[in-house]
Design a binder for this molecule. Structure first.
Ligand SMILES: [Fe+2]
Length: 146
């Protein structure tokens, strides 16, 4: 069962890694009247996600599996897609909201799997990540509601 949980964590690592790079891309390339706010918000998110990826990977090691460690495998495994475009700020936010909604749902599914296996360490880790993403989601949606 711990192998199944580690495999699920690896798919989360892949999705968070693609998402991390998207946040860096948006941090670098956002333009317009909301530049300062969005430039900083995307930095806040990729900084936090960098830590999330590290925690997920170390949990995989804790479960005696091997975390994904090449960009090729991350891209093969991830459901979240890269953004090769240079979208306008509102489109960036819409794409981030879509990705964060996907990630929160995926985290909830993995939490259920870990609960069924009585793996409290993984449940606690994923709960913490999920709750933080919910906070970001609320703020991003508030930004959209103008
Ligand atoms: Fe920067």
């Amino acid at each position: 069962m711990s192998k199944a949980i580690a495999d699920q964590l690896n798919t989360l690592i892949a999705d968070f890694t693609v998402f991390y790079q998207k946040m860096r891309h948006y941090h670098w390339n956002v333009k317009g009247e909301n530049f300062y706010m969005l430039h900083e918000k995307f930095e806040e998110m990729y900084t936090e996600i960098g830590d999330v990826i590290d925690e997920l990977a170390e949990r995989v090691v804790g479960l005696e599996s091997i975390p994904l460690h090449t960009l090729g495998h991350m891209l093969e495994t991830a459901s979240i897609e890269e953004d090769g475009e240079l979208p306008k700020p509102a489109t960036m936010i819409a794409r981030v909201v879509g990705d964060v909604e996907f990630l929160t749902q995926k985290l909830l599914a993995s939490i259920t799997t870990a609960e069924e296996a009585d793996d409290r360490t993984t449940v606690n880790l994923l709960d913490e990540i999920h709750d933080s993403l919910e906070g970001h989601l609320w703020m991003l949606k508030a930004w959209q509601a103008k």
